[in-house]
Design a protein. Sequence first.
Length: 132
Amino acid sequence: MEPLEGLRRKLAAHIALSVILGLLIFLWWYGLYAILLTFRLFMNPPYVLLVFSLLFIIFSVLIQHRNVEFPYYLMGGALLSLLVTFVIVCAVNGVVWILSNGLPDADFLITAISISMLAGFVSIKFVEGRMW
């Protein structure tokens, strides 16, 4: 019975992570759509800079911990923090856009979240394969 229990736990973890990552990808996409449509950010620039600064410190330390040399861990930290800050800003814009304009129709919403969940699952499997 134990192998079946391990499979259930792994399946539940993959489904939960895929749903969470799918919702994040959906909010990111919807926030990017709002930025391109309105040409404005709903997140104040000082908060964006704060998020970037904190992520830069975190990613630089994590990369340095992997024994990367001096200028390269700063460049890697800057690149990763830029990408993650962009995703966070777009997701916040997506939430604000949905709160102000409402959700799209049900068919579009289900389709978009389903595609986002598939992209999230593929991303999880890609990262899982690279880690082990």
